[in-house]
Write a protein that binds this ligand. Structure first.
Ligand SMILES: [Mg+2]
Length: 254
């Protein structure tokens, strides 16, 4: 009989964690909540806002949501969450109640790129354009066969706009300002007085999370947790968002 999947290559169980000594970085989509067919379609469990409040308290304000979404959108999904966020992959940051947008946020060039990608999506059934304060995403989750067209269009825009880079994420392509990434933001935050000396913890599911997962796994006492299947530089793995929420509850009980 074939071995059940995972029996042979079991991932190590996550260790106990003293949250008062941790800096807890959490991706949102695919990590705290299951992915949905459309960006607005995610279902947020009713206990999530309370879970975030308790984690924020237990870490004494060192909880940071690290997401590709705008801060305003993820805050709304989390029931009016007012805590720390690295948003738009690092193009926006909110720390201690203060928001620092990227210089290109809501700029003319971003609006123009948004218009062009929206017009393209409008003539290609199933493609979805998602505007962000600092860029634009083209989702092809509903029409995977259109990936080459989506890529070709955004690649042409990237070539014509030298301040922007093209990024590939799960079933989507995204244009955002150069030099921006989740790992760059996490590394910078870990150097600030408030975070230095804390044990870095990061949960993420996507290819765009890999540089940060690898970096955290290489830090002393760093806990990098890959959510779901796929190759990773993380040192731990959980199968799905429900398991992430259970793990966080477990650490809160300790
Ligand atoms: Mg994700």
């Amino acid at each position: 009989m074939a071995e059940p999947h995972g029996a042979k290559f079991a991932d190590p169980e996550l260790p106990d964690l003293d949250l008062s000594r941790a800096a807890l970085f959490l991706d949102f989509d695919g990590t705290l909540v299951d992915l949905a067919d459309t960006p607005s379609g995610v279902a947020v469990p009713s206990g999530m806002p309370d879970l975030m409040r308790r984690l924020d308290a237990a870490t004494d304000g060192r909880l940071v949501i690290v997401t590709g979404r705008p801060i305003s959108v993820v805050s709304q999904f989390l029931g009016g969450y007012e805590g720390n966020v690295i948003g738009c992959h690092g193009a926006e940051e909110r720390y201690d109640g203060e928001t620092n947008p990227h210089p290109l946020a809501e700029s003319d060039v971003v609006h123009r790129l948004g218009d062009m990608v929206e017009a393209f999506a409008a003539t290609h059934e199933g493609l979805i354009a998602e505007r962000k304060p600092t860029g634009v995403v083209l989702h092809f989750r509903q029409v995977p066969e259109q990936e080459p067209d989506a890529y070709a269009f955004l690649h042409a825009l990237e070539t014509a706009h030298e301040d922007f880079d093209l990024h590939h994420s799960k079933m989507a392509y995204e244009l955002r300002p150069k030099g921006i990434s989740k790992d760059a933001s996490i590394k910078r935050m870990m150097k600030t007085a408030a975070f230095a000396g804390r044990c870095p913890v990061f949960f993420g599911d996507d290819v765009t999370d890999e540089p940060a997962l690898e970096w955290v796994a290489g830090q002393q006492d760093g806990l990098a947790v890959k959510v779901g299947p796929g190759e990773t530089g993380a040192n731990y793995r959980l199968p799905e968002p429900a398991a992430v929420r259970d793990q966080l509850e477990l650490w809160l009980e300790d």
